[in-house]
Design a protein around this ligand. Structure first.
Ligand SMILES: [Zn+2]
Length: 135
């Protein structure tokens, strides 16, 4: 059966006039790679361009240590950092020149995990305290 005439005439992949940020729900220009308001990655360019990909990953880790506590963000941080820490230990065990990179990677992974976890716990406690005081 043929679709109705009207729906075949519409462009199936029309360019959107604006892109809505999934984090702050503000409108952005359709060609924007990052939200102008909150800096969240938008669209596929942030996943393809290596420099913008680094910035997009940085947004995820920054939101783990600065935004309201979310268990999913914390779990994602642990899932991203544990393999990094494991390969860092492997580099340390492989001996000198690579062990220096391994030490730097291990310190980075431990720093991000400690900061994200401490932020999650302290913000959860602060929210629970604020909820108790408001009752
Ligand atoms: Zn935004």
């Amino acid at each position: 059966m043929q679709p109705p005439e009207e729906s075949r005439d519409e462009a199936p992949f029309a360019e959107p006039s604006e892109v809505v940020c999934p984090f702050c729900l503000r409108n952005n220009a359709p060609e924007a790679s990052f939200c102008a308001v909150c800096g969240a990655p938008l669209g596929p360019v942030a996943n393809i361009d290596p420099i913008q990909q680094i910035h997009a990953e940085g947004f995820a880790f920054r939101s783990a240590v600065s935004s309201p506590p979310r268990a999913l963000i914390l779990a994602g941080t642990w899932l991203a950092m544990l393999p990094l820490a494991g390969s860092a230990v492997g580099m340390i065990l492989s001996g000198f020149p690579m062990s220096l990179f391994g030490i730097a990677m291990l310190l980075l992974a431990i720093g991000v995990l400690v900061r994200a976890t401490a932020h999650f716990i302290s913000r959860k406690r602060a929210l629970a305290r604020a909820r108790k005081e408001s009752i």
